[in-house]
Write a protein of this length. Structure first.
Length: 188
């Protein structure tokens, strides 16, 4: 991990993602959209059929999560990351239409890592098991699409200082690969 946390805001632009490197600690604020497998599939199908999406993708960040319903008096229930590889089959058309950031856990496929480089996007890791922590960063939550999917519907979240780590940057950096290499070298 490198240095103190960088504060960034959505929407992300090419210049914003270009300054991020694998290992950077991030405090993300602004609008983030939730979407999991079924929502990704529906959005990819809409793109294929040249139909409108429920929100514009340019500069946006998707959080691979399905929030638990909010308790009375709360904005949102616990919301933690899901395994990102499950979105990989549907991610390329979203990146090609301007998606700049994705939040989840676990590795991405080589094809998506390459597409992130081509499209100037980044992948952030959220800590699994920290759903209550992430819920505390959500200041507003609005259901915007695919209500029939329940918690896996698309929500627009307004977040403040969501703690993340850059795993894949738009320069080809990969914290998971680099971390293993660094550990291997240190253990020799």
């Amino acid at each position: 991990m490198t240095g103190p946390a960088k504060r960034i805001r959505t929407p992300l632009g090419e210049t914003g993602t270009a300054g991020l490197r694998s290992g950077d600690l991030i405090l993300l604020s602004g609008t983030v959209y939730t979407a999991r497998d079924a929502a990704h599939q529906r959005m990819a199908e809409r793109i294929r059929r040249d139909e409108p999406l429920p929100f514009g993708l340019a500069g946006q960040v998707l959080f691979y999560a399905g929030p638990v319903p909010a308790a009375p008096g709360r904005v949102i229930g616990p919301i933690g990351p899901t395994s990102s590889y499950r979105m990989d089959p549907f991610t390329l058309p979203l990146l090609e239409r301007g998606l700049k950031g994705m939040i989840g856990k676990g590795n991405r496929s080589p094809q998506i890592v390459e597409a992130m480089k081509r499209c100037g996007a980044v992948y952030f890791a959220a800590t699994g098991g920290a759903a209550a922590l992430y819920a505390g960063t959500v200041k507003r939550s609005v259901l915007i699409a695919f209500e029939d999917l329940g918690p896996e519907a698309v929500y627009r979240l307004e977040v403040e200082d969501m703690p993340l780590v850059v795993v894949n940057d738009c320069h080809g950096g990969d914290l998971y690969r680099e971390g293993v290499e660094r550990y291997r070298v240190q253990s020799l």
